[in-house]
Design a protein around this ligand. Structure first.
Ligand SMILES: [Zn+2]
Length: 65
């Protein structure tokens, strides 16, 4: 049993082996991509990400808050 916590959304998970979680140490593909975008380019906008950016004018189509 391996227990971990996603560094992006802080969600905890339990897996039997690392093979059970291809996105380790992230809980899901979405969180993995969010982290990837962060270090590739700070200006890279992730749709639906947990953190809002200052470049929201480019995402005016989705105004849900
Ligand atoms: Zn996560």
């Amino acid at each position: 049993m391996i227990r971990g916590r996603c560094p992006i959304c802080s969600k905890t998970y339990e897996i039997q082996a690392l093979a059970d979680l291809p996105t380790f140490p992230f809980c899901c593909e979405r969180c993995r991509l969010i982290d990837l975008g962060r270090w590739i380019d700070g200006n890279y906008a992730i749709p639906g990400g947990p953190e809002s950016t200052e470049k929201e004018e480019e995402l005016s189509a989705d105004d849900a808050d």
